[in-house]
Ligand binder design. Structure first.
Ligand code: 5AD
Ligand code: SF4
Length: 362
């Protein structure tokens, strides 16, 4: 079946998804993006929601082979923001009308960390009179911890599966208890049970990843009734095992951006009412990556509200954009470029995943 016919179908099969993922010419690619944007307009409107992103610590117990802040990278200066500074960032986000924020850090599972996050959540909700939607993205935890943080005021949680191909997962992570595919799956189940809007995502353009793997990822998102997706191209980091091994050996940056945009578009067409982020990694490989992501169906952007002095230390991959911008400057220029593509930034609303509410009505 040709691309045009597939895009006119109500239900897509795995084979259809694969045909879309393999599109290799500009005309059909544009048809795909247009259909995805049309779907976004229908279910979300020409709206973009911000989540002010605070990357509050780069201390991590894990050792993922692709990530710049992995435990064994001795070339990073580790930091942990003070409670006061985190609250200041939250206040900035709230006062600028973002409606939502995301708290992200490396993974820790010790009691001190768990208590700290709980306290921060409570303080932010108190300070803003429960006015901010808070997303957590602080790694795998126990069900009890997820529950505790949910009760303290977090309503969304982002835990990326990274890839649904178990073999590939196991080649990009060390083989040990701490990096278990099964545990990651269990985490997603626990998060749903604890009452979160659940987000996940994958890296795109990993060495050895096939188009079929990506199609399986998309099907996984749907089968697991995921509310939000944050995914982006894989980017090499020099101080990592994969960054060393695969330098010059993976898809070109352009191809990885294209594949990232295809993934956004296919997820929008296939899942319709979920929240999809145009991520920083997309912008990392293409200065207009986020805007292109929105035109391919994304509706969420996570502008950094992390202090400039700490941004430079939170580098998961080489060439992370915006590390020298301040939050204020980032805000104005992004809003302008979104206006230029006909999109409104919605202030003062949380921008919850419409899908979360429809799945809870079922
Ligand atoms: N390139 C792209 N994304 C990365 N992440 C970590 N390292 C990289 C990299 N080198 C992503 C992972 C992780 C999230 C916090 O950042 O998907 O879940
Ligand atoms: Fe830690 Fe996340 Fe990086 Fe893995 S991807 S090393 S868990 S910060």
């Amino acid at each position: 079946m040709n691309v045009k016919d597939i895009l006119n179908k109500e239900e897509l099969t795995k084979e259809d998804l694969l045909t879309l993922m393999k599109i290799d010419n500009k005309e059909e690619l544009q048809l795909l993006f247009d259909k995805a944007y049309e779907t976004k307009l229908k279910y979300i409107g020409n709206n973009v929601y911000y989540r002010g992103l605070v990357e509050f610590s780069n201390i991590c117990i894990k050792n993922c082979k692709y990530c710049g802040i992995r435990r064994e990278n001795k070339n990073v200066e580790r930091f942990f923001m003070t409670k006061e500074d985190i609250l200041k960032s939250a206040e900035w986000i709230y006062e600028n009308g973002y409606g939502s924020m995301a708290l992200q850090s490396g993974e820790r599972t010790d009691k001190e960390f768990i208590d700290f996050v709980e306290e921060i959540l409570k303080d932010i909700q108190k300070m803003t009179d429960n006015g901010l939607g808070i997303t957590l993205s602080v790694g795998e935890q126990t069900y009890e911890t997820y529950k505790k943080w949910r009760e303290a005021g977090a309503s969304r949680y982002l835990l990326r599966i990274e890839t649904t191909n178990k073999n590939l997962f196991e080649t990009i992570h060390p083989k040990d208890e701490l990096h278990s595919f099964e545990k990651r799956l269990q985490g997603l189940k626990d998060l749903k049970k604890a009452g979160y809007q659940v987000g996940t995502g994958v890296m795109i353009g990993l060495p050895g990843q096939t188009e079929e793997d990506l199609v399986n990822d998309v099907i996984f998102f749907k089968e697991n009734d995921i509310d939000m997706i944050g995914m982006g191209p894989y980017i090499l980091h020099n101080d990592t095992p994969m960054g060393q091994e695969f330098k010059g050996k993976i898809l070109s940056e352009e191809k990885r951006v294209e594949l990232g945009l295809k993934m956004i578009a296919i997820c929008r067409i296939y899942m319709k009412d979920i929240n999809i982020a145009a991520t920083t990694a997309l912008q990392g490989l293409d200065p207009m990556g986020r805007e292109k992501g929105v035109l391919a169906g994304a509706n969420i952007i996570m502008p950094s509200a992390t202090k400039t002095s700490e941004r430079v230390k939170y580098q998961l991959y080489n060439g992370k954009p915006g590390i020298n911008d301040d939050a204020e400057k980032g805000k104005t220029s992004l809003e302008k470029s979104l206006k230029e593509i006909g999109e409104n930034v919605i202030y003062g609303k949380r921008g919850d995943s419409p899908h979360f509410f429809s799945r809870n009505k079922k």
